[in-house]
Design a protein around this ligand. Sequence first.
Ligand code: SAH
Length: 353
Amino acid sequence: MTEKIDIKSLTMEELEQELVKLGEKKFRAKQVYQWLHEKLAEDFDQMTSLPLGLRSSLGEHCFLTSLKPVQVQVSGIDGTRKYLFGLADGHVIESVWMQYRHGNSVCISTQVGCRMGCRFCASTLDGLVRNLTVSEMLDQVYRIQALTGQRVSHVVLMGSGEPLDNYDHVVKFLHLLTGSGGLNISQRNITLSTCGIVPGMRRLAQEKLQITLALSLHASRDQVRRELMPVARRFGLSEVLDACREYFAVTGRRVTFEYSLVAGVNDSPGEARALAGLLAGLHGHVNLIPVNPVREREFVQSSPAAVRAFQKILEEQGIPATVRREMGRDIQGACGQLRRSYLEQGMGENGMS
Ligand code: SAH
């Protein structure tokens, strides 16, 4: 038997081709696509405007990715929701829903686990399990919109995983998410965050998307950055910042620099001045994030005074800097922590019901 096709990962053109192969009329593709990407159907039986024969033929030849919420945590402070979703093969991933004045934002995972090894991050503690498929990324957004009953206007690729380590799936996901016939999310409302894989950043610039690129910088000197992020041993600061310059030159989109402040490691006034020097002329914006302590790591959050002083130095040097508002402080904080605590409770991923 040939393998079933992951129907939600297909573009409209690919869907047309598949339907023609099944002996169906081409125009059916539009209807099916609408059920998948606009009406957010969870199975073929919900596609009531399609003839029964087509529905059963789809069920025979294709499968429909539909994530199942295994756990949901709701913040009593700001309404932020953390979802733990179960995948068809039993693995679990995290996604977060946040409400802002400008709309509702979903933070998605791009991989199960991660192999980048950043020292302060919980997602990478057990390494990479596998890449997520296009449909598994889409369905994090789709399920959350369906479950909350509220339109998702913004998407950030800042959950577990390194998006540029799953390049082809991520780029296809971005096209399906922002193309016509789906949820109609504007590319300008999407942010892709990377630890700084230079070839991937350069390739992404050439895709000519209007998304925002965020670079996880976290240090203003190579030596400190290499201690925090193993990927910095492959790509030095000057190379990574050149790729940011290129991204801005090609796309016209300003790059965001993420900087997690760790007490005594990268939060001194000297580091702030070095950072300002490094980013001069880059037209970027710095997002300061007081590091979220992860139980398995010894890092301590910078004091509010140190964070403010750091921000002030950047601004005095003409570098716009904001401190990220902590969302959902009362629910499992940092990336990857909800999945880890779930696994630690002895609910192994494959033992999920
Ligand atoms: N792999 C991508 C996206 C995932 S993480 C990247 O590295 O950018 C999203 C952001 O959260 C990154 O800037 C990451 O460095 C940061 N981050 C991860 N764990 C954190 C923690 N415990 N405290 C503060 N920031 C953290």
